[in-house]
Design a protein around this ligand. Structure first.
Ligand SMILES: *Cc1c(COP(=O)(O)O)cnc(C)c1O
Length: 344
């Protein structure tokens, strides 16, 4: 039985067009700013984000870290949500490498509460760290790929700017958010000071992320990237599939969202699992397995044995993510296997 891999959209493989673009891209040494494919890609990425400039970075994590290091200096405070990728998954780099103080707030369905943010931004006092940056994340990974609504996004940006904080958007999946909200990406990015997006999630590139902002910010970001060891040589091999992604892969994310909905609806009556359909807005489905009486690990193992690979989100959830390798028939087969495995 061929396993169905619903672990993540990071499991996507490059398309044939991407492999072709990699093989034929004109290349040069990017640390001398001489890779024409990188130059072309960064201009295209900036255009998509509605910013003056953009920088190709090896990973989303590094792009977030660079952004924070440009916005703030050691001892400064970063306001973010406790479940954000930066706070939860980035190995404490904001503290250990950037020397920043996190002020972590609760996440409500992937959204920060403007009143809680306002209360967290203290007035200036010589005893306090200086609050410099508000981080937003959209779509919000740990809440199940939820979309931060545009009005909430605008309100949070306005609030931060009124209090003289910069706003960094972790937009690893910002194209999923824009497609789901039915607005251009720039409706979100125009309100922030810097944005990161990943080429490696639903967009299917083998590696690479982008940091986009003003020309001056990106110039400083380039220096920090090199300081972190992220200077690149013939990076056209990363940028070439990135161009294919921006030109051809963003629109199709709606298919992944439709498949996630089909999956969620299919699992609605799966034994031992509970899925809240209202939370399924993009390409992720979180299922609560408490009804099964099993541990998260036992559930993921049982599903793997039944030919469906998912991620555990202990203590009581599993995460299933759709991507371009799944069609409706694959999703229906996954639902059948999961129901059988959980029923038996
Ligand atoms: C994947 C992800 C990142 C980090 O990207 P990497 O390229 O894996 O370092 C950052 N933020 C969010 C929300 C992500 O999902």
């Amino acid at each position: 039985m061929h396993p169905i891999n619903l672990r993540s959209d990071t499991q996507t493989l490059p398309t044939a067009a991407m492999l072709d673009a990699i093989a034929t891209a004109p290349l040069g040494d990017d640390t001398y700013d001489e890779d024409p494919t990188v130059t072309r890609f960064e201009a295209l990425a900036a255009q998509h984000m509605g910013t003056e400039a953009a920088l190709l970075v090896p990973s989303g994590h590094m792009a977030n870290l660079i952004a924070l290091m440009v916005h703030a200096k050691p001892g400064d405070e970063v306001v973010l949500d406790v479940d954000s990728h930066i706070h939860y998954y980035e190995v404490g780099s904001l503290a250990s490498i950037a020397g920043l103080m996190p002020w972590a707030l609760p996440s409500h369905d992937g959204c920060l509460d403007p009143d809680e943010v306002a209360a967290a931004i203290r007035g200036r006092d010589l005893h306090y760290p200086h609050p410099r940056v508000l981080c937003l994340e959209n779509t919000h990974n740990r809440s199940g790929g939820r979309v931060v609504p545009l009005d909430r996004h605008r309100a949070l940006c306005q609030l931060a700017h009124d209090r003289e904080l910069a706003v960094h958007l972790d937009g690893a999946r910002i194209f999923n958010a824009a497609v789901a909200a039915g607005v251009p990406v720039t409706d979100y990015t125009q309100h922030v000071d810097s944005v990161m997006f990943c080429l490696t999630k639903g967009l299917s590139c083998p590696l690479g992320s982008v940091l986009a902002s003003s020309r001056d910010f990106i110039h400083r970001a380039d220096e920090v990237r090199r300081r972190l060891g992220g200077g690149l040589r013939q990076a056209g091999i990363i940028a070439a599939p990135g161009i294919v992604a921006l030109e051809h892969m963003t629109g199709r994310l709606a298919e992944d969202h439709a498949h996630a909905r089909r999956l969620a609806e299919g699992l609605a009556d799966a034994p031992g699992l509970a899925v809240d359909l209202a939370t399924v807005e993009t390409n992720m489905v979180y299922a609560d397995h408490r009804g099964s009486g099993m541990s998260t690990e036992a559930v993921t193992q049982r599903l793997a044995q039944a030919g469906v690979v998912v991620s555990g989100r202990p203590p009581h959830q599993i995460r299933l993510v759709t991507n371009r390798h799944h069609d409706a028939a694959t999703i229906d087969e996954a639902v059948r296997r999961i129901k059988t495995a959980m029923g038996g």
